[in-house]
Design a protein around this ligand. Structure first.
Ligand code: CA
Length: 242
């Protein structure tokens, strides 16, 4: 799509006051907001405009935010920030399990929200890793294009899942504690919720088709953490030739 879409932020929110105010704040911060008042109207620009980020309200008329999130995740890894009136831990966990990248509870401060958007966009566009490719017998990653193949099958990962996988393969054979993984894969210092790591690992394994503990390269080491292990002959990471 056009090169101007990299700062487009889609707001799917049925409350017109919250939506308009958010749109104004985003515009002031240099983004191009697109407003949608329900899930159906919101999904169209996801396809047509390819927004850089989606702010998604959970309590929507008709299709609720969870259903909208599922539809978004079927087609794109665009960062999604959930906006919800419910501050319950279970809701946050559900959001992160469902592939959301951040979860903000209403009422929220606009400055904080804009800052969080900046973090998500930097993460999504700026995986500034020195290596550009990784390959072993089970896994191939092109870090710049964020394409991932597990056992020869293309896999679509969310930015959070992708960062977790990168953290693991950058420490092949080494056990990383949930706290270490939080630090490596989430750059929000206020995040201390290690269950976030657990759920992202579970989701990552499922997406890669690596659910079976006996054959999964992503190993859980009970009481310690997680380790990426090479399952057949050890191959050194391959660096890009181009
Ligand atoms: Ca609402």
């Amino acid at each position: 799509m056009s090169s101007t879409t990299h700062k487009t932020v889609l707001i799917i929110e049925d409350d017109p006051d919250i939506r308009h105010l958010l749109g104004i704040r985003l515009k002031h911060a240099g983004y191009e907001p697109i407003e949608a008042g329900n899930g159906t109207d919101g999904l169209r620009p996801v396809h047509e405009r390819r927004p850089a980020l989606v702010i998604l309200d959970i309590g929507l008329p008709g299709m609720d935010g969870w259903q909208v999130l599922q539809r978004i995740r079927d087609v794109t890894t665009t960062p999604v920030m959930i906006l919800s009136a419910r501050g319950l831990e279970a809701e946050k966990v559900r959001g992160l399990q469902s592939g959301a990248d951040d979860y903000v509870t209403k009422p929220f401060g606009h400055q904080e929200l804009i800052a969080r958007i900046g973090v998500l966009l930097r993460r999504a566009t700026d995986e500034g890793e020195p290596e550009t490719e990784y390959a072993d017998p089970r896994l191939q990653i092109d870090i710049r294009s964020r394409s991932v193949q597990a056992d020869g099958v293309d896999v679509q990962l969310t930015p959070g899942e992708f960062r977790l996988l990168l953290a693991l393969i950058q420490h092949v054979g080494q056990i990383l504690s949930p706290e270490q993984l939080l630090e490596l894969a989430w750059d929000d210092p206020t995040t201390t919720n290690t269950s976030r790591v657990k759920f992202t690992v579970l989701r990552l394994r499922r997406k890669l088709g690596w659910d079976d503990p006996a054959s999964s390269p992503i190993e859980s080491v009970r009481g310690f953490g997680y380790r990426y292990r090479l399952m057949s002959e050890a191959l050194a990471p391959v660096h890009a030739a181009n």
